[in-house]
Ligand binder design. Structure first.
Ligand SMILES: Cc1cc2nc3c(=O)[nH]c(=O)nc-3n(C[C@H](O)[C@H](O)[C@H](O)COP(=O)(O)OP(=O)(O)OC[C@H]3O[C@@H](n4cnc5c(N)ncnc54)[C@H](O)[C@@H]3O)c2cc1C
Length: 473
């Protein structure tokens, strides 16, 4: 794949069929050989299962708290294999769980403290990236979310009024008139926009890879190609031997369903992405994204995009439905009709690039807890901690969760360990076929609602209620 800047190739009617089926970010990494697997039984102070952002950030902050700790990361494939190496690269200071959900567990002030802790986390990621010299294209350009029909615009006005009444400031989030919104992203049919400041773009695979190298240099042992089969107090059973540890941290997100007894803990849901060829300066002069804000519109079925540091657009959405029995399958991640739909959605959003070449298409799985309220917990008696379940907003959240998990593991009380998301433990998902029926039908309602709102410009109120219900609002 060359870096020649084309992007003006109108009329090629490019589909996704010719795109390589690898995540852009992983494809662009220097070729690498996975680290060696475990070679038998071993002892350590802290065993971390999973080498994504959750596991790596936990290791990073543990090292900072106590560099003498013997930390062992155990990863089934390679660090960054999961959602962490394949996501949209939004380092977004936002949690999928609703403000009210956290306020109910504590108070409105505490929910505000939780929200602002996430805002500050975007800068913390930027700080570490700079301090450790991790070259991952981190750029804090905020997030622009457009309203592209009347119901979306009405919801944006209400949302901003509501958030400001709660105490969020104009500097943190503000409503934009169409002309100003278009200066961020000159999309079709813009009726308004919300600019949300605490958000950065990043290449997630380079960040994951860089972090793994940093913790390894700090003395953390990383075994790749090693599958954990069960976690019990003091013991991690793998296909390569037993790891005995005083504390164990489970950071397996959507893949938790493979661990003994965890099948219904988190719902694995697919999100699919495409990437364009590098686009020309002329194209960016037309479409905007000068400061690389991440971008979306306000439809119910989430879409998300970023301008990469090599001037492509990486763009995704939730296309493939949930698979019966929480199955995770590579063929679902490469579902071509869903990728085609995502390409059409991007072309509709930005007609100026409707015909550019799509070079990559891929997908991954994210984990959704039953109540859609992400959180983390550490059972001191059992010495087992669990983090994850970020519902597709885990890049920044995993940093705060990992930092907090490190505090909990060493037994240190901090401002973080008293945040309302600490101790959250969602109930299990329903057994099948209820799970499948519920998830598929809510998805169908939301997708139909988007179509209806775009076609009629009128609010699909059932979907609005379903959407709020799903977000716990
Ligand atoms: C396509 C896509 C786009 C997304 N876009 C964004 C975005 O733009 N911004 C955002 O904030 N969030 C986004 N997300 C969500 C975000 O990527 C995740 O929330 C986050 O990466 C989760 O990190 P994690 O470390 O908890 O899990 P993962 O990155 O999934 O890591 C879990 C790791 O555990 C390993 N593992 C699992 N089971 C075992 C086992 N039994 N034994 C050993 N190892 C095991 C896996 O191999 C994996 O490497 C997106 C997700 C997807 C799929």
């Amino acid at each position: 794949m060359g870096t020649e800047r084309r992007g003006a190739g109108r009329g090629r009617g490019a589909g996704v069929a010719g795109a390589t089926t690898h995540a852009l970010w992983l494809d662009q990494l220097e070729p690498f050989t996975p680290r060696p697997a475990l070679t038998g039984d071993t002892d350590c102070d802290v065993a971390i299962v999973g080498g994504g952002f959750s596991g790596l950030w936990t290791a990073y902050y543990l090292l900072g708290l106590d560099p003498t700790l013997r930390i062992q990361i155990i990863e089934r494939h390679y660090c960054g294999y999961g959602a962490s190496g394949r996501n949209g690269g939004w380092v977004v200071g936002e949690l999928a769980g609703s403000f009210d959900g956290y306020a109910k567990r504590s108070s409105a002030d505490e929910a505000m403290r939780q929200a602002r802790a996430l805002f500050a986390t975007v800068d913390e990621v930027g700080r570490v990236v700079a301090a450790e010299g991790i070259d991952c294209g981190f750029a804090k350009g905020g997030n622009i979310r457009l309203a592209r029909n009347t119901p979306q615009a009405r919801r944006q006005r209400e949302e901003i009024a509501h958030e400001h009444a709660r105490g969020f400031t104009e500097a943190e989030m503000r409503l934009l008139e169409p002309d100003e919104a278009r200066t961020y992203l000159n999309a079709s049919r813009v009726e308004s926009g919300i600019f949300f400041a605490p958000c950065a773009s990043v290449d997630p695979a380079r960040l994951t890879r860089g972090l793994a190298e940093v913790v390894e240099r700090g003395g953390v042992a990383i075994a790749e190609g090693t599958t954990v089969e069960a976690i019990e107090p003091g013991t991690v059973r793998t296909d390569r031997g037993v790891v005995r540890a005083e504390a164990i941290v489970q950071a397996t997100e959507a893949y938790s369903r493979d661990l003994a007894g965890e099948r219904r803990a988190l719902l694995p849901v697919y999100s699919l992405m495409i990437a364009t060829e590098p686009l020309s300066p002329e194209i960016f002069a037309e479409i905007g994204l000068a400061d690389r804000p991440t971008f979306a519109d306000d439809r119910h079925m989430v879409i998300y995009g970023q301008r990469t540091d090599d001037d492509r657009l990486a763009f995704g959405g939730r296309g493939v439905p949930y698979l019966f029995g929480s199955r995770i399958a590579r063929e679902a991640e490469l579902h071509e009709p869903s990728h085609e739909l995502i390409r059409e959605t991007l072309g509709d959003l930005l007609p100026a690039i409707a015909d550019v070449e799509i070079t990559h298409r891929w997908g991954g799985v994210l984990g959704i807890p039953r109540d859609w309220v992400p959180g983390l917990r550490f059972d001191r008696g059992a010495g087992i901690g669990v983090l994850g379940g970020y519902v597709g907003e885990g890049v920044a959240a995993a940093n705060l969760a990992g930092r907090t998990m490190a505090d909990l593991v060493v037994g240190q009380n901090t401002d973080r360990t008293s945040l309302p998301w600490v101790g959250v433990h969602a109930r299990r998902w329903e057994p099948e076929p209820l799970r499948w029926l519920g998830v598929r039908s809510s998805r169908r309602i939301l997708a139909a609602a988007d179509d209806r709102e775009f076609a009629t410009d009128r609010e699909a109120s059932l979907a609005f209620r379903v959407s709020r219900l799903l977000r716990g609002a």
